[in-house]
Design a protein around this ligand. Structure first.
Ligand code: NAP
Length: 415
């Protein structure tokens, strides 16, 4: 058994295996869990309870062995560092983990813990399903038209962290190189950031997105890019995406152009339509022609904006789940922050983390348990038994606390 510096692995449980790139899930897997800072405590407690109850209801012989690992303030208190090696090693070794929100300490030179986790564990796809739950107050007339799954590239683009502050010798060196060797004009007083987008990074992301579309009977995949301006990064992302779709999924996909020119606008049965949109146009279309979009693959920065815009359209990021997925490891997490003013008050909405745990159950192949949680959540919202954030926007709703909301979900599994 793997040994850690300061972690005790529980005695009962088994490691999730990996065979030919697929997970081999035992009946009692270890799942490392980062509780998170601030409201992490409130929402993780109830999420674990809901997930355990769903598994218990769905199966007679399965359960999760939760295994606490540390990041953020708890890690700092235990290890004197914010992201200890033990945590990386545990997630890598046990393969699937769940995480609450983490404080990013403010101050020069401090990288976001979330970005560090994603990059160090090579969790190259940030997967954000966005759908509407009936009854949730939403700012648009037809929120029910939204049902997308966004695959945001997680390791490249301007998020790669390759940047130099204005006035530093490094920035000066890069500017000198650009001016002298590359003969391009850059103002002397510029800060510099680099935007790398590779064939490798694009291909593995689009491969995962198209495979997801096929596995889940989705109808289309849209590459969202700003290739009209950034031709060799965003434009190349689009071109490499189409190339991969043709090379690896040629029998199962068809381009939008082909549907229009060869099939009179009717998609042939069993084919997934591959299309692309420029990012600014996409932010309009997702609002005006919502139902035309399904699975989306996009570089890092576009994905950041688009995920939150889509989530806002169906009632805010309090309900939006997320998963960071690589070839070996997956980390599912709430998409909101630590909301420190509500810490330990048992008032906040745990839906984002609960829905992230649903994604985790689906990733494990435990669909029956995932379905129970979704059913419980849908019914609880329809009954208008909701936390303060939703209650203040709904007529005639009953305000419940975080743990009470969890109990209502469990009560509603089988109704
Ligand atoms: P935040 O923690 O997301 O909170 C902003 C506001 O959003 C809250 O005051 C609350 O609004 C609402 N909110 C957030 N989560 C909620 C929930 N579960 N239920 C109901 N309402 C919720 O954003 P922040 O204040 O900008 O960031 C605080 C800390 O979190 C920072 O240290 C930041 O770095 C970190 N952060 C971490 C992550 C992550 O770990 N993935 C993501 C974002 C931010 P009302 O006040 O209107 O009720």
């Amino acid at each position: 058994m793997i040994k850690f510096d300061k972690l005790e692995v529980p005695t009962e449980g088994e490691r999730i295996g990996n065979l030919d790139g697929g997970l081999v899930v035992p009946s009692q897997p270890f799942i490392p869990v980062i509780e998170g800072d601030g409201i992490g405590r409130d929402i993780m407690k109830v999420t674990r309870r809901v997930v355990d109850a769903a598994i218990d209801t769905a199966y007679s012989d399965r359960r999760i062995t939760w295994f606490d690992v540390y990041a953020g303030e708890r890690a700092n208190a235990t290890y004197g560092e914010w992201l200890p090696q033990d945590t990386f090693r545990a997630i890598k070794h046990f393969r699937v983990a769940l995480k609450g929100p983490l404080t990013t300490p403010v101050g020069g030179g401090f990288r976001s813990l979330n970005v560090t986790l994603r990059q160090t564990l090579d969790l190259y796809a940030c997967v954000r399903p966005v759908r509407y739950f009936e009854g949730v107050p939403a700012p648009v007339t037809h929120p029910e038209n939204m049902d997308v799954v966004i695959f945001r590239e997680n390791t490249e683009d301007v998020y790669a962290g390759i940047e130099w502050a204005q006035g530093t010798p490094e920035a000066k060196k890069v500017i000198d190189f650009l001016q002298t060797d590359m003969r391009v004009a850059v103002r002397e007083d510029s800060g510099i950031g680099i935007k790398p987008i590779s064939i490798f990074g694009t291909s593995r992301l689009t491969r995962m997105a198209i495979q997801y579309a096929l596995d889940h009977n989705r109808t289309s995949i849209t590459f969202v890019h700003k290739g009209n301006i950034m031709k060799f990064t965003e434009g190349a992302f689009r071109d490499w995406g189409y190339k991969l779709a043709q090379a690896e999924f040629g029998n199962q996909t068809i381009t939008e152009e082909n549907v229009s020119s060869e099939h009179n606008g009717q998609t042939p049965d069993g084919k997934i339509v591959v299309k692309d949109r420029i990012a600014d146009s996409m932010l309009q279309q997702i609002l005006t022609r919502t139902a035309e979009y399904d699975v989306i693959a996009t570089p890092n920065l576009n994905g950041d904006y688009l995920s939150d815009a889509c989530a806002a359209q169906v009632g805010g990021i309090g309900m939006a789940p997320g998963g960071n997925i690589g070839d070996e490891t997956a980390l599912f997490e709430a998409t909101h922050g630590t909301a420190p003013k509500y810490t330990d008050q048992d008032v906040v909405n745990p839906s984002s983390l609960i829905l992230s745990a649903v994604m985790m159950l689906e990733h494990l192949g435990w669909q029956e348990a995932a379905d129970l949680v979704i059913r419980g959540l849908e019914r609880t919202i329809l009954q208008k038994r909701v936390t303060y954030d939703l209650e203040r926007l709904m007529d005639g709703a009953t305000k419940v606390g975080t743990s009470e909301f969890g109990s209502a979900i469990i009560e509603n599994f089988m109704c």
